[in-house]
Design a protein around this ligand. Structure first.
Ligand SMILES: *[C@@H]1O[C@H](CO)[C@@H](O)[C@H](O)[C@H]1NC(C)=O
Ligand SMILES: *[C@@H]1O[C@H](CO)[C@@H](O)[C@H](O)[C@H]1NC(C)=O
Ligand SMILES: *[C@@H]1O[C@H](CO)[C@@H](O)[C@H](O)[C@H]1NC(C)=O
Ligand SMILES: *[C@@H]1O[C@H](CO)[C@@H](O)[C@H](O)[C@H]1NC(C)=O
Ligand SMILES: *[C@@H]1O[C@H](CO)[C@@H](O)[C@H](O)[C@H]1NC(C)=O
Ligand SMILES: *[C@@H]1O[C@H](CO)[C@@H](O)[C@H](O)[C@H]1NC(C)=O
Ligand SMILES: *[C@@H]1O[C@H](CO)[C@@H](O)[C@H](O)[C@H]1NC(C)=O
Length: 653
């Protein structure tokens, strides 16, 4: 299997094919014209932090200060050859729009011709994603930029509304204010800019008027082959949207010369040599593979950083020090809660309230793997009813996750208000309904709306967080739970994930979490929210098993008094018919037969009153296993206790 991707034979074959194609294919001029851009999945561009939305390029992500981004056309452009004696010419037109997100906005964006399409590290703020403090001003051939600057961030910078021509740095060899051209970059003006290079003069037009005209030989400053694109940045405290609405580029072919025929021979030789080396290497590789099969299996584990950073959309990486400062050294006073193996602290980072989860126990390799998958997978889920993972930090034994802060805490604190005296915190029925719908939408997204299916496996009131407007946000993708599980695999193989009282009956038999068992837990949650009771079925402090909420509601349903289950603290302030169908929905989700439970899609339709609540039999159906007449494959995801290397179970579709 590995042979197909890794073997030297494949490499040799590739080299051979390359030599067959490159010299024969005519050198084509680079020419493209986007009046709007396709979506993120396009292979036309290489992107770092930048993305495409609604047909426009966003060079830097919205609202995030201290960021840089870059997007380049994937095919490179041959700018000159034969040591600069043959030069290309090009004209490119782009329409840009800068939308301020802070006042004043910052920092700016640039059209670039760059040797490396990748974004330099630490290039936020004044560096405009063009260079960083180390590469600024270096004499090596690297990057030429036409900057559109919205912030005067260092003394040589002209003002906060100018165009500049930058060579291998952010220092502008020429800069012109835009105010004289009737353009205010910070006023969301739609600006049409054109850059024209004829081999010896470079001209920048804004709104069809020449802004910069410079006699310059780009071959002195840039390598023969460059990438064209855009970069941009936001500042420490200043942010803006850097958008490109359309872009065309026409680079003229620089013709064929004797030069090319030499390359034919060079490539031909390389191809043949490659093939010979490939065959020799293949034989050697086969031998070595037989010898060291086990050895190789343990090698090549990427570090946490590498594993996370391969994914360019990963959440922000913070420094542990920053988070220590943000939480005042994990001060007790900032503690928001503790669950299993992680403690959550409130913090203040760059004037933004955050919640920091600190893994506080021994870190095993499974925990590391789980941490990586939390950051790369959960970090890429975006839904307004999911708690957002903002970033992460790791150094030494310190593993930290940064989430958005939820001012209203978790749902259990509000719904099961054990303290009878504080009646003020009892929440209204409309709010409760909105919370139930929010959780349903989040779960539906996890089950079928995102790229990979995700099972939450631990839906319960304490994992539902509430934002300032009491919108529900599903959180805690099981960090604490999985760590616990990982630690206990040595002691017990019958290790069930989830929380008692929320676990579907079949889990105890199959040991598997399924989409249906998530629906069951959701059903219990619905009942709790309506009734204001804990799920029950567990032992309380005095050792009495409390009555399970499910039996209780079924009994009330049986005697036709379903509405009596409503939380008395609502004081009857609700629409009876609504209460009735939500309770029925809760019961339906908890059907003992997993295949009779509605899907989350159905649940959303019921909540949206598009379809009626499912019919219920008068008595609670008995539990039978295996379920009678279920033809479905059961959509099993994972056998608990055998695989614990991810926080959240995921399968492809
Ligand atoms: C790009 O396409 C648009 C719309 O088709 C057209 O108006 C524009 O002239 C084209 N630009 C170039 C340089 O061909
Ligand atoms: C591209 O990705 C960004 C960031 O994840 C997202 O906001 C945007 O909606 C995506 N665009 C499309 C067209 O899916
Ligand atoms: C980026 O900055 C961090 C410190 O802020 C430093 O550790 C790292 O080496 C820098 N990277 C580069 C390429 O300058
Ligand atoms: C901004 O980002 C750079 C790395 O790009 C980092 O070194 C610096 O500490 C950050 N500053 C703030 C205020 O977050
Ligand atoms: C970047 O380097 C140039 C020298 O090429 C220097 O003049 C300029 O001050 C530097 N810019 C910053 C912001 O350090
Ligand atoms: C540019 O527009 C911004 C936002 O509308 C405004 O604050 C600023 O004063 C304007 N600048 C000039 C020079 O008019
Ligand atoms: C560049 O500008 C100079 C000065 O105006 C002019 O002499 C020269 O012909 C221009 N070069 C080209 C290729 O047009």
């Amino acid at each position: 299997m590995m042979l197909e991707t890794n073997s030297p034979l494949t490499l040799a074959a590739t080299a051979f094919i390359l030599f067959l194609t490159i010299p024969i294919s005519p050198s084509t001029p680079l020419h493209f014209n986007y009046t709007s851009f396709p979506d993120n999945s396009t292979n036309d561009f290489s992107r770092s932090n930048a993305y495409i939305t609604a047909g426009t390029i966003q060079i830097t992500p919205d609202f995030i200060p201290n960021m840089s981004g870059r997007i380049c056309y994937r095919k490179p452009f041959r700018l000159h050859k034969n040591r600069g004696r043959v030069k290309a010419t090009f004209t490119t037109t782009f329409v840009l729009q800068i939308n301020p997100k802070t006042q004043p906005p910052g920092e700016g964006m640039a059209f670039i011709l760059a040797e490396d399409p990748a974004l330099p590290e630490n290039s936020s703020g004044q560096w405009l994603g063009v260079v960083n403090s180390i590469t600024n001003g270096s004499s090596s051939r690297g990057v030429v930029a036409v900057e559109f600057d919205t912030r005067k961030s260092y003394p040589e910078d002209l003002d906060d509304n100018h165009v500049g021509l930058d060579i291998n740095g952010v220092y502008s060899v020429r800069q012109e204010p835009l105010s004289g051209f009737g353009v205010n970059l910070s006023a969301s003006d739609i600006v049409t800019a054109r850059v024209h290079y004829d081999g010896s003069n470079l001209t920048v037009f804004v709104s069809e008027r020449v802004v910069i005209w410079e006699s310059i030989d780009l071959s002195v400053h840039l390598p023969e082959v460059v990438h064209v694109g855009f970069s941009g940045s936001t500042g420490r405290l200043n942010a803006q949207q850097n958008c490109i609405l359309s872009w065309d580029f026409a680079g003229l072919d620089i013709g064929d010369g004797w030069f090319r025929s030499i390359w034919v021979w060079v490539l031909l030789s390389i191809g043949i040599l490659g093939l010979i080396f490939g065959i020799v290497g293949f034989i050697y590789y086969q031998k070595r593979r037989k010898l060291g099969r086990e050895k190789t299996e343990n090698e090549g584990h990427p570090s946490i950083e590498e594993a996370i950073q391969v994914s360019s959309m990963a959440p922000l990486k913070f420094k542990v020090k920053e988070l220590i400062d943000a939480t005042k050294n994990f001060n007790h006073e900032n503690k928001l809660g503790k669950g299993g193996f992680g403690t959550v602290y409130k913090g203040n980072l760059r004037n933004r309230e955050i919640a920091v989860k600190r893994v506080s126990k021994k870190v095993t390799s499974q925990v590391k793997q789980a941490f990586i998958s939390e950051v790369t997978t959960i970090g890429n889920l975006h839904h307004k009813n999911l708690v957002k993972l903002i970033g992460w930090a790791h150094e030494g034994q310190e593993y930290l996750l940064v989430y958005e802060y939820m001012p209203n805490g978790s749902l259990d604190k509000l719904v099961f208000d054990d303290d009878e005296s504080s009646s003020s915190s009892s929440i209204r029925w409309e709010t409760r309904l909105n919370i139930v719908s929010g959780v349903a939408r989040a779960l539906e997204y996890l089950h079928s709306g995102c790229e990979k299916r995700v099972l939450h496996r631990d839906i319960k009131a304490s994992n539902i967080m509430l934002d300032s407007e009491f919108n529900a946000k599903l959180g805690d993708f099981g960090l604490a739970r999985t760590i616990k599980q990982a630690d206990q695999t040595h002691h017990s193989t019958k290790n069930l994930a989830g929380t008692l009282g929320y676990m579907a009956p079949e889990i105890f038999l199959t040991g598997r979490a399924t989409l249906e068992s998530d629906v069951y837990a959701f059903g219990i949650l619905v009942l709790e929210v309506c009734c204001g009771r804990r799920p029950g079925g567990q032992l309380d402090q005095d050792g009495y098993a409390s009555r399970s909420i499910l039996n209780w509601v079924w009994e009330l349903h049986g005697i036709g008094k379903l509405i009596d289950a409503a939380d008395c603290r609502l004081k009857g302030d609700f629409v009876e018919e609504e209460m009735g169908f939500v309770l029925s929905l809760g019961l339906a989700c908890c059907h003992p037969d997993p295949f009779k439970r509605p899907t989350m899609k159905n649940v959303i339709q019921v909540l949206g009153r598009e379809v009626a609540a499912p019919e219920l039999p008068p008595e609670r159906p008995g539990f039978m296993w295996p379920p009678v007449g279920s033809g479905s494959e059961g959509a099993g995801f994972l056998l608990l206790g055998s695989q614990v290397n991810s926080f959240t179970e995921i399968t492809g579709r």
